[in-house]
Design a protein around this ligand. Structure first.
Ligand code: HEM
Length: 414
């Protein structure tokens, strides 16, 4: 089948500004216009296919390697240096092989002890909180602490000055990652981008020092396990300690609390406290409705077929997790928060794409799941979370989903 939509003329036909202004409105508008959840347009000045159906996203994720490559290089390589995200075929398999050794069940059990201590420290600090507060900010600080301790061995309690300086560097570095789509369009690097490159260089220097000194934990394993060049090892540590992971984890925990923190849904908190399966259903339903990442990118190295449509060679594909996980042909009442669906239809797990899947699926899925569950268990064991009255539940979607305005919550001890 031919792809619906129009690729338009270079520059004047470009739809990037419209997309970045309001991505979901953009998708709804063009899906309605062409009457298809898969359509072509011009984005970042390249012929691009947006894939919004559940089957379409599945086809994209399945095809990785044969005819589709990851499409993140132009956005992020300058900010991260070479790493698994920019590798292909044999090299990607090699990276996955060595990184896989750092995320085995045995390794995760070892990391869990350290992670639980950090979570407990932050959750205990809430005992003295009487006022309402911004949950997203709380989670971001917590998960930054988790990632810097786990991946770098940096102890924020013992060395708070160093932790503060690293956090400020990761913030500058992050601003460079976010600025890249604009730089692609404007050609000239911005001052934010230059500052971010300096932050990257400082972070890499510090990562190298920490790695050399490491006597235990993840950095030591990384040093011992990875047979690749030392600078590539450092680039992977940079990827893991970047601000992306804390933001993604904070996004999920905030969305979870926003869903179960209303008067009409608060009974779910008690279920999660008592039964781990319910914590799992609630998390799945939260991530289905509010995936932290709106989607991902691929480049068609060969012509291929996605959900019956022929994608020409050299086109970019943007797969959209958010609409795919609300596809009414797969999920009944797709826009409603219904955690019960996971008790009735556990098989629908294969229709969730939060972590991608297959040959290039997320290698950190089990680690993330452990961090998320430990955090929410720890929070709910001590407190009942209540979203304050008159809050704005709307979101910003890029680069990571989060509340548009500070979402305030209030805690009651249980
Ligand atoms: C809730 C947290 C996380 C989410 C939502 C997430 C999401 C994803 C997604 C969607 C992909 C696939 C990208 C694509 O197909 O276009 C991916 C890949 C990847 N993730 Fe995660 N991730 C998370 C946590 C982590 C953690 C904790 C790590 C490691 C410390 C990690 C490391 C990676 C790596 C290295 C890849 C690339 C795999 C490859 O290139 O073959 N992720 N992640």
């Amino acid at each position: 089948m031919d792809l619906p939509g129009k690729v338009g003329w270079p520059i004047v036909g470009d739809k990037s500004v419209e997309f970045y202004r309001d991505p979901l409105q953009f998708l709804n508008k063009y899906v309605d216009q062409v009457k298809s959840p898969i359509f072509k347009t011009r984005f970042l000045n390249k012929p691009t296919v947006f894939v919004c159906s559940n089957q379409g996203v599945q086809d994209v994720l399945k095809s990785t390697g044969e005819s589709l490559d990851f499409g993140y290089e132009a956005f992020m390589k300058g900010m991260f240096g070479h790493n698994i995200l920019f590798s292909k075929n044999g090299e990607a398999d090699l990276f996955r092989q060595f990184l896989g050794k750092l995320f085995t069940t045995h390794c995760l059990e070892e990391y869990e002890t350290v992670i639980k201590c950090i979570i407990a420290k932050h959750v205990d600090s809430l005992e003295s909180t009487r006022d309402s507060f911004c949950l997203y900010k709380f989670f971001k600080v917590l998960f930054t602490d988790v990632c810097l301790t786990l991946f770098l061995g940096l102890d924020s309690t013992e060395n708070s000055e160093q932790a503060t300086s690293v956090m400020s560097l990761t913030t500058d570095h992050w601003r460079g990652i976010v600025a890249v789509p604009l730089d692609l369009r404007l050609v000239h690097p911005s001052s934010t981008y230059s500052k971010a490159l300096q932050a990257k260089s400082n972070l890499l220097e510090m990562i190298n020092t920490h790695k050399k000194r490491a006597k235990s934990g993840f950095p030591l394993k990384m040093k011992e396990t990875c047979t690749v060049d030392g600078s590539i090892v450092n680039n992977h540590l940079l990827l893991f300690t970047s601000a992306l992971l804390p933001k993604v984890l904070a996004s999920i925990c905030t969305s979870f609390c926003a869903e179960v923190g209303k008067a009409e849904t608060s009974h779910y908190q008690e279920r999660a406290r008592c039964e781990d399966t319910w914590l799992d259903y609630l998390l799945k339903e939260t991530m289905r409705l509010s995936p932290p990442l709106l989607g991902g990118r691929r480049l068609a190295t060969k012509s291929c077929v996605i959900a019956g449509y022929t994608i020409p060679q050299d086109y970019t594909l943007v797969y959209m997790t958010h609409p795919a996980q609300r596809d009414s042909s797969v999920f009944e009442d797709p826009h409603l928060f219904k955690p019960e669906r996971w008790a009735e239809r556990p098989d629908l797990k294969d229709k969730l794409y939060i972590y991608g899947f297959g040959a290039r699926g997320c290698i950190g899925e089990k680690l993330s799941s452990m961090i998320l569950k430990s955090t929410l268990r720890s929070l709910l064991t001590k407190f009942a979370v209540q979203v304050c009255a008159d809050q704005d539940f709307s979101h910003k979607y890029l680069p990571v989903l989060r509340p548009k305005n500070n979402l305030l919550v209030h805690l009651e001890a249980v």
